[in-house]
Design a protein around this ligand. Structure first.
Ligand code: 13P
Length: 283
């Protein structure tokens, strides 16, 4: 990138092109099953979701089963000619070798995953995943042909200490330049840790404010990248609160945990996103 382009990117205001006028930012609803539905129950869940997704093609749907179910779920979806894509919930940054218990990007591709969730707060908090490891995983995903959903978000303590933007800037800064190498294919998920699994959802206005700040941070790398990159909200998203969040200008979808394990509730969120897309979102 030339110096003048860099300068132009920095001058970009936070309110870049709204999603409704940017066909590249198709609303995405992704279900993170966490450590659940790892057997045939995962296949049943995926097939129920695929039926809803087939009638709501405006929404891009992704499911992230545990490693044990990735191949079976991907196979079922492929056999049903479903567009629902499969994500891994994690990956290791080496390709192969003596790394007991780890799974690499090329292995996940062979199993049928096309996406990888990277840097989820549960990985950061429970498994000590650093910003450096997150970057290595984004590099590995890019090299291995997996598209990334990279998660960021502040803890309750950080929020109460007024550190939300500082934390997000640090987390985004670690991987944004690498994510930009996959153009508009990369996805960022803003998941405030205090909202995950707690039933405490961020208000649509608060979430929009952080999403706009994230897009501004991405624009420091490249303006087109910032415009094209979808920023999902995650944290206690349910059918009864999804519409207000998804209607926001810089909220391009949702990363759903608990509510993605139940086909009816998750299906409703897919339908809400499709309805908003059909309405041009902001109309
Ligand atoms: P919940 O929807 O259960 O709060 O989980 C959100 C999440 O962590 C998705 O990755």
């Amino acid at each position: 990138m030339s110096e003048s382009e860099t300068h132009e990117a920095e001058a970009l205001p936070a309110d870049v092109i709204p999603a409704a006028t940017n066909p590249g930012r198709r609303l995405m609803i992704a279900g993170n099953w966490k450590m659940n539905a790892g057997g045939t129950d995962g296949c049943d869940l995926a097939l129920s979701i695929a039926r809803v997704a087939a009638n709501n093609e405006e929404t891009e749907v992704v499911v992230a089963p545990p490693f044990t179910a990735i191949a079976a779920v991907a196979n079922e979806l492929y056999n049903k000619k479903s567009d629902v894509a499969v994500a891994a919930q994690n990956l290791f940054f080496e390709e192969s070798g003596a790394f007991t218990g780890e799974v690499s990007a090329p292995m996940l591709r062979i199993a049928g995953a096309t996406w990888a969730i990277i840097g989820h707060s549960e990985r950061r908090q429970l498994f000590g995943e650093s910003d450096e490891a997150v970057l290595k995983k984004v590099v590995a995903a890019n090299a291995g042909g997996l598209k990334c959903i990279v998660c960021v978000g502040e803890t309750l303590d950080q929020r109460e200490a007024g550190q939300t933007l500082e934390v997000i800037e640090r987390q985004i800064g670690a991987f944004a330049a690498e994510l930009a190498k996959s153009g508009g294919d990369g996805v960022v998920a803003y998941e405030p840790v205090w909202a995950i699994g707690t039933g405490k959802v961020a208000s649509p206005e608060d979430a929009q404010e952080i999403h706009a700040a994230i897009r501004e941070l991405l624009s420091r790398v490249d303006r087109d990248f910032a415009n094209q990159t979808r920023i999902l909200y995650g944290g206690s998203v349910k059918a009864n609160n999804a519409e207000g969040l998804l209607a926001q200008k810089d909220i391009d979808g949702a990363l759903v945990g608990g509510a993605s394990l139940e086909a009816d509730g998750f299906g409703k969120i897919i339908e809400i996103a499709a309805k908003l897309a059909r309405q041009g979102k902001s109309e």
